[in-house]
Design a protein around this ligand. Structure first.
Ligand code: SAH
Ligand code: SF4
Length: 341
């Protein structure tokens, strides 16, 4: 397998845009080699926007009084799951603000029931929890967990996530690996205080984590947060970051994130064109999904009731293919000697 190992100086050169054409072409080719034109589709259910954390970048932060809070009922969640199955997707992603054990318990029951009935992969993105909680979710049948590190720079981290420690986020990721989840992480491009050097460091450290899934998108300034007046992350710089990370992590599943679409219309398709291979249409009910307002533009650019149908159309016309496969990480499959590795 050809794996690109860039020096810090080379990464910085690429980030400065010194050879975009080569960079984007190489990343596209490596995606082509491992995944062809296939895009793995994951249906995401944003089942609650309650959160007890104070991230200075996020519209769901606890102290945002203007957030319209919701929590889907079990019946509503099952309806979302039915939509995912009816539209032939192989993975459900459950995402929420960071919440109490109450939500975790009912989610574990839903996962157990769903996995009992259907051959689907279940991914979680629920923030930081104890080893016991992660284990309970794994025992219920969850397969994967996404927990972005956000930044590897301790001082930027502590300013962005008051009361939280970078070391604790890293410990959570270690626990998730030990519990044998397929593990995903990533960061935002352009958090306040970030330089091209910090970004290069993020790329190197993330690659050292040897992840199954990597999600990266620009920071988008949210008007109802303390970071409202900082500039959003740069779109072109985010594309370069995605391409570099793809080259350095060829087997990782990497989504074209909705933050790329918020930064620039068409940004998700452009991300696929330069090497990404995953898309996550939301199946959160259309009348509620706008309230999952992590950043402006999140969940609002596709108006159709059924986002999956819409995304499939967009993919087709851009020349990509999709199927109902689970789309497990190639790295994870190799490690466990699973079929298709
Ligand atoms: N509460 C969980 C999962 C939901 S947030 C958690 O924090 O892990 C999912 C991701 O949204 C975060 O990891 C963060 O990288 C991203 N995010 C939050 N606010 C953002 C913003 N203003 N711009 C871009 N991405 C943001
Ligand atoms: Fe909560 Fe996640 Fe938003 Fe932080 S990023 S405030 S943990 S939903």
């Amino acid at each position: 397998m050809k794996k690109f190992a860039f020096t810090r100086a080379e990464i910085i050169e690429y980030l400065r845009g010194e050879n975009d054409e080569y960079l984007f072409d190489a990343a596209k080719n490596i995606r082509q080699k491992y995944f062809g034109k296939e895009v793995f589709l994951r249906g995401i259910i944003e089942f609650s926007n309650y959160c007890h954390v104070h991230c200075n970048y996020c519209g769901l932060r606890k102290s945002n009084q203007n957030a319209n809070r919701y929590r889907l009922t079990d019946d509503e969640i099952y309806e979302c799951i039915d939509t995912i199955i009816a539209n032939d997707l192989g993975t459900i992603v459950f995402q929420s603000g960071e919440n109490t054990t109450d939500d975790i318990q009912r989610l574990a029951a839903i996962i157990r029931e769903t996995k009992h009935k259907h051959d689907l992969a279940v991914t979680l993105s629920l923030g930081e929890h104890s080893m016991d909680t992660y284990k309970r979710l794994k025992d219920a049948g969850a397969d994967r967990y996404l927990l972005r590190i956000e930044t590897f720079d301790e001082s930027i981290y502590e300013k962005a996530r008051p009361g939280r420690k970078l070391s604790h986020r890293l410990e959570c990721l270690e626990i998730l690996k030990k519990l044998d989840f397929e593990v995903g992480s990533g960061f935002m491009v352009g958090l306040p205080g970030e330089t091209v050097e910090t970004l290069a460091e993020n790329i190197i450290k993330l690659t050292e984590m040897d992840l199954d899934m990597i999600g990266i998108g620009p920071f988008i300034a949210h008007p109802e947060t303390p970071f409202r007046n900082f500039p959003s992350g740069n779109y072109q710089l985010s594309l370069r970051t995605l391409a570099l990370v793809k080259l350095m992590n060829p087997l990782a599943n990497m989504p074209a994130t909705s933050a790329m679409e918020s930064a620039q219309k068409g940004g998700r398709i452009r991300s696929l064109e330069i090497g990404m291979n995953v898309l996550m249409p939301t199946v959160t009910p259309a009348k509620i999904k706008g309230n999952y307002n992590i950043y402006p533009g999140k969940n609002t650019y596709i108006k159709a009731d059924n986002e999956i149908i819409e995304i499939k159309k967009i993919l087709k016309s851009a020349g990509f293919t999709y199927s109902g496969v689970r789309g497990d990480s190639l790295k994870y499959k190799k490690k466990h000697k699973l079929q298709g590795a």
